[in-house]
Write a protein that binds this ligand. Structure first.
Ligand SMILES: [Zn+2]
Length: 289
């Protein structure tokens, strides 16, 4: 019996490995996608950034080159235009998105981030993160070659320094790690401010835009205001369910075992991350953390 079980587990692991290899073989390590005439997505592994091309230069965002060369990103931009890379704007301070900017700095780019992001980076001094040259407080516009990019701060959410970058003419927003395309929140929602994230989502939903570019590709499909509405609904449903469990004196373990949100069960990582998302809201309702 034990041997059969082990054999089954080994076969399942082997099947998973094959599936993962097939997926890796199917998707190249990086890719550039044109969104509009002047706006592109650069995907690098499981991360992605937006870059904007104008006659006067390029506005790039997150270098997404932690522990890997930034050259593919620089090459992707230079394959579209020979105009100089004028700016690199950080979405927020997390290293997996902002590391690896030195080649952009060497080409003369000005680095911009929220003021709290600069403070965090300056305090932690990670080796491979360029310290921002300029900061944003509540709002700033960058206008270059006839294109305006708004840098909006809508409060604390997935960090205390997340920017919502909006192209008003193109009706596109780029914001990272807190409005996934049909996804639960990442693991235990580290660095996430509850309930501020729900207020931030309401502010983003109220903005004028049509297309969302997230920092991870997700399962693909539509990238619209619906994604922001669905994420707000998910967090509100999660919060209400966990609040009930706390009111009923449930333990962490029982809340994690008993709370199901079937509306969202088709989302990637639902089974893996929902218990961790529950723990984050349990801390909030139980301890005010
Ligand atoms: Zn992040």
């Amino acid at each position: 019996m034990l041997r059969m079980h082990l054999a089954g587990t080994t076969a399942a692991l082997f099947a998973c490995t094959l599936a993962a290899q097939a997926q890796q073989a199917a998707s190249p390590p990086f890719a550039t996608t044109k969104v509009t005439d002047n706006v592109y997505i650069f995907r690098y592994g499981g991360h992605q950034s937006m870059f904007i091309v104008t006659p006067a230069g390029v506005i790039a965002t997150d270098p997404i080159s932690e522990r890997r060369p930034a050259k593919p990103y620089v090459d992707a931009i230079q394959a579209v235009t020979k105009a100089p890379i004028k700016y690199v704007v950080y979405s927020h301070s997390h290293f997996d998105h902002i590391a690896g900017g030195k080649p952009f700095k060497d080409l003369g780019a000005t680095f911009v981030a929220h003021k709290n992001a600069k403070a965090r980076i300056a305090a932690l001094k990670p080796d491979d993160v360029v310290i921002p040259d300029q900061v944003v407080d509540s709002k700033r516009n960058i206008t270059l070659g006839g294109t305006t990019l708004e840098l909006n701060y809508v409060g604390k959410n997935h960090s205390d320094n997340t920017l919502v970058m909006r192209l008003p003419k193109e009706k596109i927003i780029f914001t990272v790690d807190w409005i996934p395309i049909q996804g639960v929140q990442f693991r235990e929602m580290a660095d996430t401010y509850v309930p501020d994230i729900e207020e931030g989502l309401k502010k983003v939903i109220a903005m004028d835009w049509e297309t969302l570019i997230p920092g991870h590709p997700g399962p693909g499909g539509k990238q619209t205001t619906d994604n922001a509405r669905e994420q707000l609904a998910y967090l509100q449903d999660l919060s209400a369910a966990v609040k009930n469990a706390v009111n009923e004196n449930k333990s962490y373990a029982d809340a994690q075992k008993e709370i199901k949100l079937p509306k969202y069960e088709a989302w990637p990582n639902y089974n893996a991350f929902l218990p961790m998302n529950i723990e984050r809201y349990f801390d909030f309702w139980n301890r005010g953390i």
